[in-house]
Design a protein around this ligand. Structure first.
Ligand code: SF4
Length: 368
């Protein structure tokens, strides 16, 4: 990994810490002046995954999850620490989301970002509103942790400030026990793994940890007193998917105490139109874009509802067997799917938010 620090970002704590670690790095006048080679945009994305830039962020650090129009939204909030991911999934939406290559982490995160976060948390606490905050919307929450230590700082922040909020760290890497033992036990910190079948991990999730390793890491997190969560996202349709996805769920349910699982989400593959061309150039062997899709109400391509239902139905038996001991939800699905798969009548975003807030609140109470 090559590391670059903008001159304007040098004085910030994160940059100073990285400088002390004596990584080979270069100081640059500005990211905007960085000279990328003349190669195609898909090639630039690949190249950018090996270049980390520490920049001064000018905008807001805290924002609601963009969700998606016309589908149920879970009311998640994002602490925006940077953009881009060194891992390389063929379906990753970030490939089409950012037009600036490279991995970017905001160097002024502690000085400016934590102040903003503190203000938001204090206001929510005054209004007795619980917040569910994550960092993994525009980046993997832990993939750059050994260099930047952002999650570590956030976990310590949670220890010190004791906010009425849970922090979800979504990842596809596996921190070792050494990482978890750095912290005090805290159920308000949710280590969350995106999971998939071994086939999809092997074929479509380059550089990520195996399913087995993700589950081992989840066990270590739970043993250390943290909560965990899992996201089946994206669930990809292929021959055998309906047998293999429930097997993954079964492994999760058999590996961990159910009361330590904050939630499990399910979301079938969907993507913005622009992604296909970029991803097919970068992953010519991938077949995931060559299936039939419809354009959803949000303009994104998704499987026909019958396929989505078939995939979700494959989880139904196991979901029922948990007898509501685990909270399941669909990520960006229609009311119709909620009703037909989970038997939830007239479900809407408000009810979904209430359901997840209830879990978050109980985690906050158990941390007292
Ligand atoms: S781990 Fe997540 S953010 Fe990273 S490439 Fe895969 S989908 Fe994208």
């Amino acid at each position: 990994m090559e590391i670059f620090i903008e001159t304007s970002a040098l004085s910030y704590l994160l940059s100073q810490e990285i400088l002390k670690k004596e990584y080979p790095l270069k100081v640059i006048s500005s990211y905007n002046d960085f000279e990328w080679p003349y190669i195609s945009f898909p090639e630039l994305i690949t190249l950018g995954k090996k270049k980390l830039f520490l920049l001064k962020h000018q905008g807001r650090f805290f924002r609601p999850c963009p969700g998606t129009k016309n589908y149920l939204c879970c009311g998640y909030q994002i602490f925006h620490f940077g953009e881009g991911c060194p891992l390389d999934c063929s379906y990753c939406i970030l490939q089409a989301y950012f037009n600036r290559p490279g991995l970017k982490v905001w160097a002024n995160l502690v000085e400016d970002g934590f102040q903003e976060l503190e203000r938001i948390l204090e206001r929510a606490q005054r209004e007795k509103r619980i917040l569910r905050i994550g960092t993994g919307e525009f980046a993997d929450s832990l993939a750059l942790e050994s260099i930047v230590g952002v999650a570590e700082k956030l976990i310590h922040f949670w220890e010190e400030k004791k906010p009425l909020a849970v922090l979800e760290l979504k990842t596809k890497v596996c921190p070792s026990e050494k990482f978890f033992v750095k912290f005090k036990s805290n159920p308000k910190i949710i280590f969350a793994w995106s999971v998939n079948t071994e086939k999809i991990i092997k074929e479509e999730e380059k550089a990520t940890a195996s399913l087995k390793a993700r589950l081992e890491s989840a066990k270590k997190a739970v043993e250390r007193g943290f909560s965990c969560a899992f996201h089946f996202d994206p669930i990809i349709y292929y021959e055998g998917a309906e047998e293999e996805y429930p097997q993954v769920l079964e492994k999760i349910l058999n590996s961990l105490p159910l009361e330590k699982i904050a939630w499990i989400s399910l979301g079938t593959f969907r993507y913005p139109k622009e992604l296909k061309e970029i991803a097919e150039k970068r992953f010519p062997q991938s077949k995931i874009y060559s299936q039939e899709f419809i354009e959803g109400l949000d303009g994104k391509k998704r499987y026909f509802v019958e396929i989505r239902k078939k995939l979700y139905q494959s989880f139904q038996k196991l979901i029922k067997e948990t007898k509501d001991q685990v909270t399941f939800y669909f990520c960006m699905e229609s009311e119709r799917v909620w009703e037909e798969i989970l038997g939830e009548k007239e479900y809407n975003s408000t009810k979904l938010i209430e359901r997840l807030d209830k879990v978050a609140l109980s985690l906050c109470k158990s941390a007292e």
